[in-house]
Design a protein around this ligand. Sequence first.
Ligand SMILES: [Zn+2]
Length: 299
Amino acid sequence: MYICYIDESGTADVPGTSSHFVLAGLSIPIEHWRDADREISQVLAKYGLENDELHTAWMTRKYLEQSKITGFAGMDWAARRAACQKERTRHLLALQKAQKAKAYRQAKKNYRHSEAYIHLTLDERLAALSAVADAVASWGSARLFAECIDKTHFDPVRTGRAVDEQALEQVVSRYQQFLSSTEKNGTGTGKPLGLLVHDNNESVAKKHTELMRHFHSKGTLWTTIDNIIETPLFVDSSLTRMVQIADLCSYALRRFVENGETDLFKKVFTRADSVKGKTVSIRHFAGYTCQCAICVSHR
Ligand SMILES: [Zn+2]
């Protein structure tokens, strides 16, 4: 039995605020879950984050107030945290005094999302993410599935689906193909089954549940769904570590296809499934001329 943890990066709206929408699923055999979870906790403990959510996009931001604190990098964690909180409070009070309500709300939201990480410098936060990606890269039985859609190449009339629907259909189809090839090649007994675990998002939950029911009864455009059971289970990503790892994977893929950033990408991309040297589990939907590492390995 396999669990595939799903998360997305970028907006599915056209045009939205990102050029790409990425849906990624990281599959691990259930018997490896405990070791994998423990390994990530050990990595994060070195950065004081073992009890906190791993949220890649918030961790990779620059926190301006840190740069205002003299000698920040030389302080211990408690001193950094105290200095940072002080700087943040000062900033919020100034915004309040200036009656900048919108900026105040935005700053407050940003501070809440990044609060767990303020004792770390940007370099340390990036090192933590890199170490997590190294751990994922070392999981030989893990497989990464993803659809990375360049929305400028996307034609909903031709595909007959919205951006996020196509992404789910592709990820589900490739996960199914992986499970069925595991069944054919496997020496184990019984049929390998897969389950999807998804970040809970009300607008997506209903749509994806209905779409998955449709795939179960009619198949996808590419395959019948014999090995994936149930509709996706929706969980609170702030509490479920492996969905946070899927978030890191989808973030790494999007930053690669949008900006050519390779640091996290080249680590997690090693978990792609390949058949006869060709990557089959991750696709960049961007037209035939794209020469990126995903497209080249997919052909
Ligand atoms: Zn490409």
